[in-house]
Design a protein around this ligand. Structure first.
Ligand SMILES: Cc1cc2nc3c(=O)[nH]c(=O)nc-3n(C[C@H](O)[C@H](O)[C@H](O)COP(=O)(O)O)c2cc1C
Length: 287
């Protein structure tokens, strides 16, 4: 059985999950491919299982992932499919993010067997505390090998279906508006040190810097936040969404100093339920 796992990661969370997941396989059993710059000519030849992993963008899969899936050819024979998504909150509504790519892949003869949602810290909306990010990763590290084993053992696992999910996701497709109109509103302030990291890293080549050092943001932005999140000097303003900007990579270490949590009540119960569900599953699989 050979698996092809294709992933997109804006700021690194999904990549972190994918790296851990891929390590659970033996050598040669999995190939991991990054979806970037639409540069992949996808062929499933030689692979039995397809995995797709992505971060949730406003209850949707990122458009770069949808476009990638559209390029996949119809398979002559049915092939197994699994989906892994990461997001900042464990709300069941996040389940709808895969409906579009699931429908596209079904038409291409893929059969969904497993789908998982792994909660990782927000890269937009607000910054999770280091304590929370640490807890999320501690949980993910233990649950990922269990999910991988389920896939390999042929134990199907799916997420709850949400009524009218496809329509709700369509209403929320933030990238359609955000990318097209807000992307052009990005600005660079005088903290910029002209390292050009943002332009080099942009997964869709939306940032150009002219010979005078002036920045030009195009209308291809997919709102992945990579440029502003990883800017070394926090010099990029992200237009209408500036108040939701999260800046700087999470280190996922246990904090040594107490820190203020400004969002104590935010989705409190759903996080509680998520951790309880994961802990139960981890315990059940301990032996
Ligand atoms: C434009 C945008 C929209 C997002 N929408 C959601 C959302 O609807 N639900 C959610 O739980 N997290 C949402 N998030 C948070 C990310 O899904 C989460 O932080 C993810 O782990 C980031 O993964 P990455 O580092 O691989 O890009 C959003 C992030 C961005 C940038």
């Amino acid at each position: 059985m050979k698996t092809l796992l294709c992933y997109f990661s804006g700021t690194g969370n999904t990549k972190k999950v994918v790296d851990k997941f891929a390590k659970c396989y033996n050598d040669g059993e999995i190939e991991v491919v990054k979806i970037e710059n639409n540069n992949i000519d996808m062929s499933m030849e030689g692979y039995d299982v397809l995995g797709i992993a992505y971060p949730i963008h406003a209850f949707n899969a990122p458009s770069i992932v949808v476009d990638f899936v559209k390029k996949i050819k119809k398979q002559a024979e049915k092939k197994k499919l699994f989906i892994i998504k990461t997001s900042g909150e464990p709300l069941a509504l996040n389940n709808i993010s895969s409906y579009k790519i699931r429908a596209l892949l079904k038409k291409r003869n893929f059969v969904l067997t497993n789908e998982y949602h792994i909660v990782m810290p927000y890269n937009m909306i607000f910054r999770h505390t280091d304590e929370m990010a640490y807890r999320m990763w501690q949980t993910a590290e233990k649950i990922i090998p269990i999910y991988q084993k389920e896939i390999v053992d042929g134990k199907s696992s799916k997420l709850k279906h949400i009524f009218m999910g496809g329509f709700i996701a369509w209403l929320f497709r933030i990238e359609f508006w955000g990318g097209r109109f807000n992307g052009k509103k990005y600005k660079v302030n005088d903290k910029c040190i002209h390292c050009k990291k943002c332009a080099r890293m942009c997964p869709v080549g939306n940032i150009e810097i002219d010979e005078n050092g002036k920045f030009h943001f195009g209308n291809k932005c997919i709102m992945c936040m990579r440029c502003s999140f990883h800017c070394p000097t926090n010099a990029i303003k992200i237009g209408w969404f500036e108040k939701w900007k999260v800046w700087g990579a999470y280190h996922f270490q246990k904090p040594t100093e107490p820190e203020e949590n400004r969002h104590k009540r935010y989705c409190k119960n759903s996080y509680k339920k998520y951790f309880a569900r994961c802990e139960k599953k981890i315990k059940e699989n301990e032996i």
